[in-house]
Ligand binder design. Sequence first.
Ligand code: BJW
Ligand code: ZN
Length: 249
Amino acid sequence: MSSASPSTTHDTEEARDRLRRARRVLALTGAGISAESGVPTFRGPQGLWRDFRPEDLATPQAFSRDPLLVWEWYESRRERMGSVQPNAGHHALARLEERVPEFLLATQNVDGLHALAGSRSLVELHGCLWRVRCTGCGAVREEREPFAALPPRCRCSGLLRPDVVWFGEELPRAPLEQAFAAARAADVVLVVGTSALVYPAAAVPEAALEEGAFVVEVNPERTPLSAACGVSLRGRAAEVLPLLVGGGA
Ligand code: BJW
Ligand code: ZN
């Protein structure tokens, strides 16, 4: 990966100014925004999948083949994420929502940290780690406690699965449509902590660019989106977002 180059004060000021004047803002977040809360990202040297290939674990085929292995991975992540807290980046986005007339936060994350930080105008594109869904009767319920035995089963005896979106599965339709509609209408799109590799989420800022939105990226590394952005700020979300939004801690 290329080394991070410092973004200029001018870029930061331009992004802050655009956000201050914007009436319609979409924020799209990925695993990087939770990195400073202690949640590992998926890709990269410290990524969650350093020792696993995604297709070994995050696919319906992997789950059919070995539900115990897949559940052990999810339970270890649930355990780890159960104690983490939102960071200054999550809080900055919650503050931004309060002052922008039309604001939407679309997250690819399944950790629930945006809601915990107080974001309300929020759609989860890849589901939620704190919900389970029955592969038999389809019932969905919140489940924060660890399971007594793995893989867990529903009252109907069907196998439960995490209510998240795996490769090859369709994203929940309404949240995805909301994200694309907000992208097409936005003055400014803020893309934070995503490698911009996983579709269709990666197509959301592409749609905004096609409609002429100003796209601000916050990421310590370059991504396939960087070159097309209005400004691409090379930094960590918990440091850069408070500079862009102001106020609060
Ligand atoms: C920091 C930081 C700090 C570090 N501050 N930043 C078009 C082209 C090619 C392929 C496809 C395509 N369309 C669809 C596909 C296939 C596939 C896909 O995209 N594959 C690509 C990988 C090639 N997509 C799908 O299969 C999707 N479904 C689909 O398309 O269905 C079609 C369909 C239609 C009709 C019927 C049926 C099907 C589904 C994708 C589901 C993704 N699921 C996962 C797992 C969720 C559950 C779980 O958590 O276990 O979602 S995969 C994983 O990747 C997770 C993430 O949400 C997602 C994105 O990752 P993210 O968030 O970008 O994280 P990283 O780790 O990649 O990046 C972190 C970034 O943060 C880095 O850039 C760092 O630099 C940065 N960072 N510290 C700010 N402090
Ligand atoms: Zn059931």
